[in-house]
Design a protein around this ligand. Structure first.
Ligand SMILES: *Cc1c(COP(=O)(O)O)cnc(C)c1O
Length: 372
């Protein structure tokens, strides 16, 4: 069996930066949550992406949950959510007993359509917040979406779980909305094994998020609680991994870009193949290189052929309005997300891949076009 090629697996620094920070946590016995790595990681992420404040948390999902709470989302509130995304974007809306309304994507960005958002704002003038995703590291149509939300006074939350390092007009995704969230899950561009971060320019809200994330303990000697708390704070050991990983983010960005360009160069002549859209305002992080297929060769053929050679690939996210769990909620749009789901393939985008590995992937894919 050939060696396994992964879609996107953890890639620690060659220099061993992560272990240095972990060792420091051990040496100082700062194994408990909080400590220098947590503070340091928050400061370093803020500096890198140009946000003002950040709270390090156990996951990206927890960050979305706290963003909704910080935005005051309560039972019965309407929250717009990108339809084509991972379920983790939408689940926290349900945690708050709020009502999601799913909005379709456009082909230009693969993310929430600004014109459908406009339509949705007419239909639901009471909406409290909008959650957009920057799928696979492609930025959403930020200029239009930010303006629509500002004009209507609706809170904008950016799910930048997949787009750390992506810029739009030179500014990092996650810093355009009232809140941005990052994920450091094992498959993301950098990882802490599991983790997330909430970003905002609003210091008071970030301080509040830290408070909620550590069980909402009031300032008192005894255990006193005036609000609902959560155990959502990132640990000091995990944050050490993040500090080390952040040092190699630029290397990872360069490699992800290289992988996308490689596939494009080697596959673009194939009939009926398309690549994810890269627009001039947008400098993606190329977290995952995605293709679309609209001819005889179907995504299943590609995924099956790759799997037979021990190579991991995946379909594009299945839209939320097609998920059994979210059946009862409104959906605004048509079939853009559905079409991308049915025709898309996520190709291996692991930064540990060598040129030989990339050539192996390309060879398997090209073989499917041989007899057609
Ligand atoms: C990974 C991911 C999340 C969730 O992040 P976790 O850290 O795994 O909780 C949320 N949204 C999107 C779009 C993601 O890809």
């Amino acid at each position: 069996m050939s060696e396994k090629i992964w879609l996107s697996s953890p890639h620690m620094s060659d220099e061993g930066y992560e272990m240095e920070y972990i060792k420091e946590a051990f040496d100082t016995n700062w194994i408990a949550p909080l400590g220098t790595n947590v503070d340091g990681f928050e400061k370093e992420v803020v500096k890198k992406v140009g946000a003002k404040h950040a709270a390090a948390l156990v996951s990206g999902t927890a960050a979305i949950h706290l963003a909704l709470i910080a935005a005051g989302i309560k039972e019965g509130d309407v929250v717009f959510c990108q339809d084509l995304t991972f379920s983790a974007t939408a689940n926290p809306i349900i945690y708050q007993r709020a009502i999601p309304v799913f909005i379709d994507s456009d082909y230009e960005t693969w993310n929430m359509s600004a014109s459908l958002l406009e339509e949705a704002l007419e239909k639901y003038p009471q909406v409290k917040a909008v959650i957009i995703t920057h799928l696979y590291g492609l930025s959403a149509d930020l200029e239009k979406i930010v303006k629509l939300c500002k004009d209507k006074g609706v809170v904008l939350i950016e799910d930048a779980a997949e787009s750390l390092g992506t810029t739009y007009k030179g500014q990092y995704t996650g810093t355009f909305g009232d809140y941005g969230i990052l994920s450091f899950n094992g498959n993301k561009i950098i990882t802490t094994s599991g983790g997330g971060m909430l970003l905002s320019d609003n210091e008071e809200r970030i301080n509040k998020a830290r408070f909620w994330s550590t069980q909402a303990r009031d300032k008192a000697r005894h255990y006193q609680h005036s609000e609902l708390g959560f155990n959502y704070r990132m640990s000091n050991v995990v944050a050490g991994i993040g500090r080390g990983q952040l040092k190699v983010l630029d290397q990872r960005l360069a490699k992800k870009n290289y992988i996308f360009e490689y596939y494009k160069k080697e596959l673009q002549d194939l009939k009926d193949i398309g690549f994810m859209p890269v627009r001039h305002l947008n400098k993606p992080n190329f977290w995952i290189s995605c293709i679309t297929l609209c001819g005889e060769v179907r995504p299943e053929d590609v995924m099956d052929a790759l799997a037979a050679d021990n190579i991991e690939s995946r379909p594009i996210w299945k839209p939320m309005h097609m998920q059994p769990f979210f059946q009862e909620y409104d959906f605004i749009g048509s079939d853009v997300g559905k079409t991308l789901f049915e025709n898309g393939v996520c190709l291996p985008s692991d930064t540990k891949m060598s040129d030989e590995d990339l050539a192996r992937v390309v060879k398997v894919i090209r073989s499917l076009w041989k007899d057609r």
